[in-house]
Design a protein around this ligand. Sequence first.
Ligand SMILES: [Zn+2]
Length: 122
Amino acid sequence: MSKLHCRCGNVIRTEEQDLSYAAALVPDRLYNPMADQIFAQIASFAVACKTGTGTAEWTAAKSPYPEVVEELFRYEVLGKAFLENSREVYQCKRCGRIHIETAEPNHFRSFLPESDASSSLY
Ligand SMILES: [Zn+2]
């Protein structure tokens, strides 16, 4: 999804990184499974490192660019777990409405602040 249409008529861009009006939300019931998923990936990599064998196979199985281990962890391990378990959240800069992604990807429910809708949450 690259744009979100707010009820006030504002079009919210969602395709960029580090947006001042965007956030991510991890539902409580998904937090522990996400942490377990990340820990399992780190633990399996640690085992591959400790044994001295299998790190190349481990990284090759996780990424098309296995030579960049730091990026692999950032995007393929941490990023994948976070993307699979988090929901996107956007605040409309015009009306302050909060748009939270539902369990169905790219579907949002909106909530209008009771007061001070002009202030930014993030
Ligand atoms: Zn709006």
